[in-house]
Design a protein around this ligand. Sequence first.
Ligand code: CA
Length: 756
Amino acid sequence: MPKRVYLWENCVKLVSKTTGPEATQPVVGFNKTGPPGSVTREKTLQTKSLGWIAVTLAAAGVLALTLAGCDLKSPANVDQKRLAAADSEPGNWMSHGRTWSEQRFSPLDKVNTDTVKSLGLAWTYQLATNRGVEVTPIVVDGTMYVTSAWSVVYALNAKTGELLWKYDPNVDRAIGKYACCDVVNRGVAVWKGKVYAAALDGRLSALDARTGKPVWTVQTTDAHLPYTITGAPRVFKDKVVIGNGGSEYGVRGYVSAYDTETGKQVWRFYVTPGDPSKPQENKALEMAVKSWSGDWFKQGGGGGSPWDSMSYDPDQNLLIFGTGNGTPWDQKKRSNGQGDNLFLSSIVAVDADTGEYKWHYQTTPGDDWDFDSTQTLIQADLTIDGKPRKVVMQAAKNGYFYVIDRTSGKLIGANNFVTVTWSKGIDLKTGRPIEIGDPRYKTQAMSLVMPSGFGGHNWHPMAFSPKTGLAYIPAQEVPSVYGSDPNYVYKNGEWNVAQNPALNTLPDDPKARAAMKNALRGKLIAWDPVAGKEAWHADHTGPWNGGVLATGGGLVFQGTIDGRFNAYDASKGSLLWSTDVYTAALAGPMTYEVDGEQYVAVGAGFGTLFYIIGGFAIDHLGVPENGRILVYKIGGKAELPKPVLTPQPQPKPPAATAAADVVAAGKMKYQTYCIFCHGYNAIGAGVIPDLRYSSLLGDADGFKGVVLRGERKSNGMVSFASVLSDKDADAVRAYLITEANTAWATKHPAQAAKAH
Ligand code: CA
């Protein structure tokens, strides 16, 4: 088994030599990216252990090699039988959550509570961009498959980090506008010699695992609509399934299944009903449409986009997935404030072969808060009240940890794992939350709600250890205020949440601002799903920390927003090991074995939704270098060079001379259209430019060139001329100048005082 990785590299040459002109082309040189959908093959492939000439001259040698295990279907030769028996080969991590159960538990135990203190860096691989890293690597037979931002796919030697090939789908950077929460990607799936990867623009590709060349590509979405894909596909029974995102803009969410060999669509399940005057696609949607009112179908389709979690249950032949929030967030504007709005913010199970509805559990009926129910869905067999139960579990954005019977969809238990203010509990008879106060901002202009759309738990993967019986939740407490936007009008392809943009600001009073920052919390919570309560927790310096891995070595691994990668005792929560990774490590860690040695891997690189509050919430780490895959082993001696984190220099801003009403108007436009990437009060988080430091603040035409004429479109900054006028652009610039002067005065108090 361990030698297989080296043999398949030789197989590449055999296949290349024997399959015609295309394959006998010279291997592309180092790191050259070609036209759309280009493949870069590492030059070293040509010169690996067995020479090309030797292969062609010595037929007997070829035969010997084949007999020695040069399996032409390898690598990524994973199938139903092998995935079903994934526990029999714990050295591999063959699907997103390691097994179909999505537990993110590895039985490997060479790295354990005793040995973890000797864990050191084995190798690192630098990804192509400095945008967010959310990938969970897949490792099969010594090859690692990872993705970076902008949906680039890499195959690496899992022992050394050497690049084997790279596939760049060359996503149009303008699509970045539709990615609410960064241009990230969470990983690939593998099946029978192919690697399945989705691109931000809605394409799904099957890549040849030997070469990275696309075998087929399908557009899974209407490319004219603001759909995006950031999630990892899952594979079972020769079908690859993928969802989509876009509910903050206006889409009708769905999950689709494709034939793994041909790319032909097998089934599609829509999360929301279509136009109620027409027949619905299926009986489930005929049921769902009764829970809607108003004109959601004219506002992009109601949302519900299932953008992350999926869990395949081979015993019940179910695909269980989580669905997103509605478009817009404010239910009054979406559905006249009425109905449950199925299947928004729900956990839905469909027949894995046909996509036919089987059951659903709605965590947040008639969602008003961006409570996507797309968090990790983990299957486990638990003993509850003395009875064995087949459950699926989720620590939802809305603050409750749900334990659901996955054979029926019936709720077994639900308890809050963080502070919850919008409801006082879940009625176990009806399965419905018991709301308190006015969390739906119906009678008040604004409601302060915890948790908020940032989630008590968001996409950062949760893990479950069958050894401890505990789930490990990357939890956080981030309150938000909600209020209806009196001026909301649905606009195609724009940010359509119907929230009052006047609320998207920090308090001016520095003390109030500091108090708000201190209220933000991040924790790793070990949760007992049977008892419905916390077993232990570890505090972090702030919210938005990394995904979790649990292991047979009694460890729980988690990265943090402030640049650490930690290992905790899974039973007690004590911190046993911690290393500096110099940037946020938010992705799901994983572990694997090559040649009898255990490795622990994690993706590191700042980005994601946290752009909006990151600059405010954490003392940022400067302009980060590109994201990395970091791989550790016992006794690892590799060095992670401390990055040179140059703070973005702030030129002295122009004087703030604009009239107060112009600044106020500019602030409102900023809070409506710019804030999601550039941050609250224009405080940048280090990756996307901090506009207070922009050299264009004093250049009215240059500023409009970017904002209205799209002159930085190739970097992802598209034109906002569809929603901002010439006058608006001037006003936004005037507002930014005031924020720039505030920041300048804070940093240069002496000079600022002299100026006054
Ligand atoms: Ca959302």
